[in-house]
Design a protein around this ligand. Sequence first.
Ligand code: MN3
Length: 209
Amino acid sequence: MPFAVDALPYAHDALNPTIDTETMQLHHGKHHAAYVTNLNKALEAYGDLQKMSVMELMKNLSQLPEAVRGAVRNNGGGHANHSMFWQIMGPAAGGAPTGAVAEAIARDFGNVDAFKTQFNDAGLKQFGSGWVFVTVGQGGKLAIVAKPNQDTPLMDNVPVLMGNDVWEHAYYISYRNRRADYLAAWWHVVNWAEVNARYAKILAGEAIV
Ligand code: MN3
């Protein structure tokens, strides 16, 4: 089994009340785990692909055998997206962005409110299941992009700084159908220190999911 779900970097109840304990248990322990199980299953007969990182798999999707391409897109994407998601959240987090990320937000969006509004709008308008991401382009320029299902900017070889999951499984227990309320509240658990650490790695050319 080449791929595995990393342990959460905090307790399942650490993001209360923004994200409730049951949602975290199901989301990390069942949904993310299922993507990893299905990715491993899809690659069972492909020893060479098992040696690749999930990052390399997503970047090279179009080169993969057609028989596994769809399964890797869905489940490799699910693994990459959720691995990023758990890392960029945390307890005692939220507040205003800090460091180089705060400066980049001011430069590329004008101010934090405009950035959050654009991000939340993109997440709200994503029809059905998907994600809203902040990507890093040339010169460290930040951009907001929404993707359906478990698609990721990594498929286009574009680094992901951060992102929010807008599948119903991410919010339905606490927020029911109110995706906008979830998107607005989610900023309370964003770990800006970790987002800054990711930004530094991306600017240094390091490959991260
Ligand atoms: Mn999810």
